[in-house]
Design a protein around this ligand. Structure first.
Ligand SMILES: [Zn+2]
Length: 230
C-alpha cells in the first residue's frame, strides 16, 4: 500500500518536473534561438514590411511579343514578368515581408503606401543583353530612391550575371505612370529584367535567377532603410 502511494507520488512529481521544464523552454527558446541565428521573427530583415511588385502589363496587354519566322508567338513579356514576380514574391514572403503583386494599372496603386514598390518589365525581342532600372525624375525622396537603385545595381547583376545596359533608359521609365499614382513617400523603381531577345533563355528557363535578383535587391534596400534614421 505504502509502496504504491510513493510510486504514485514520484510519477506526479516527474510529470510536474517535465511540465516546468517545458514551460521554461517555452519562455527561453524565442530568446535563445536568435543567438544561434535560428528562428526569431524580428531577425527577419523584411518582417512585416509591405512590399509591392507590379507584374508588368498584367491585366492590360502582353508587352513585347516575340515571334518565330513562321509568325507563331514564342514568348511574351507579360508572361515573363508574371513568372518572375510570383517567384520573387515567394522569396520575399519567406523573409517575412507582406507582399502584394499588382497589375499594371491596379487600382491599389492610387496613393499606395509601401516600404518599397518595384515594377517588373522586360525589354524587346532584339538580340541585345542587359538589365536597367530607373526611378522617378521628380521624386521628393531622391536619396532614398538612389539607395534603392544602388541595391538593384548590386544584387541584380550578382544573381543573374547580366550587365547594366546603358543608354536605353527612356522617359517611359523615368516618368513611369505608377510613380505618379503612388504616395510620394513610397520608394519606387522600375526594372527591365533583361531583353526577351538576347536574354530570352535566362528569362524563360531560369526565372528563379532574376527573381532572386529582385528579392535580394529589395532585401538589401529594406536592410539599408532599417539602419537609416528617418
Ligand atoms: Zn514592359
Amino acid at each position: 500500500m505504502r509502496h504504491d502511494a510513493l510510486h504514485q507520488l514520484s510519477r506526479v512529481l516527474l510529470l510536474l518536473g517535465l511540465a516546468a521544464l517545458a514551460g521554461i523552454l517555452w519562455v527561453l527558446l524565442p530568446l535563445l534561438l536568435p543567438l544561434f541565428g535560428l528562428g526569431g521573427d524580428p531577425g527577419l530583415v523584411a518582417w512585416n514590411r509591405s512590399v509591392a511588385l507590379i507584374s508588368g502589363h498584367a491585366g492590360n496587354d502582353s508587352g513585347a511579343v516575340c515571334t518565330a519566322a513562321d509568325g507563331t508567338v514564342t514568348r511574351t513579356e507579360a508572361e515573363i514578368n508574371a513568372a518572375v514576380a510570383q517567384l520573387a514574391a515567394e522569396r520575399l514572403r519567406r523573409a517575412g515581408a507582406d507582399v502584394v503583386v499588382l497589375d499594371e494599372y491596379d487600382e491599389r496603386l492610387q496613393g499606395l503606401e509601401a516600404a518599397v514598390l518595384v515594377s517588373l518589365h522586360a525589354d524587346s525581342c532584339i538580340d541585345a543583353s542587359g538589365y536597367k532600372a530607373a526611378v522617378h525624375t521628380y521624386s521628393v525622396i531622391p536619396e532614398t530612391n538612389r539607395r534603392l537603385l544602388a541595391c538593384i545595381d548590386a544584387a541584380y547583376p550578382a544573381a543573374t550575371g547580366l550587365a547594366f545596359h546603358p543608354n536605353t533608359i527612356t522617359h517611359n521609365m523615368t516618368e513611369y505612370h505608377a510613380f505618379q499614382r503612388i504616395a510620394a513617400t513610397t520608394p519606387a523603381a522600375i526594372l527591365e529584367l533583361g531583353f526577351l531577345g538576347g536574354d530570352g533563355a535566362l528569362l524563360t528557363e531560369q526565372p528563379e535567377l532574376p527573381a532572386r535578383g529582385v528579392s535580394d535587391a529589395i532585401l538589401c534596400f529594406l536592410k539599408a532603410q532599417s539602419t537609416q534614421k528617418p
